[in-house]
Design a protein around this ligand. Structure first.
Ligand code: ZN
Ligand code: ZN
Length: 117
């Protein structure tokens, strides 16, 4: 009789322990759910997906993305273009031209028409 009582008592205790172990794990996965954020640039809502949140936490980015994908892409493209578009003087015809890269010192820069010759 005693052994039956023991096994009956043992079962709920072990179940309770399992529950305590799985609870924090479930909470951890619950952190990564799709979230809707407002874009700071265009003001429209965009989805910060669970996958992206996982990517962010892996990269140890602490802040949420501030812009939607379209805006951040436009922003990146805009700054990259502004940075690389450099005004310089053509080494052949000496006309002022802009090149889509940063000219290195001592390296002759040609304008488009001279470059194509
Ligand atoms: Zn936007
Ligand atoms: Zn030229």
């Amino acid at each position: 009789m005693e052994t039956i009582v023991d096994s009956l008592l043992a079962e709920p205790i072990s179940r309770r322990n399992e529950g305590m172990e799985t609870e924090p794990r479930m909470f951890e996965t619950d952190v990564h759910v799709d979230r809707t954020l407002a874009c700071k640039d265009c003001g429209s809502d965009f989805v910060f997906t669970a996958d992206e949140q996982l990517f962010f936490s892996k990269k140890q980015f602490l802040n949420d993305p501030k812009c939607c994908k379209a805006c951040s892409r436009a922003r990146k493209g805009g700054t990259a273009k502004a940075f690389t578009e450099t005004k310089t003087t053509c080494a052949v015809c000496e006309q002022v031209t802009s090149v889509p890269f940063l000219p290195r010192q001592g390296r002759p820069v040609l304008c488009r028409s001279c470059f194509e010759k």
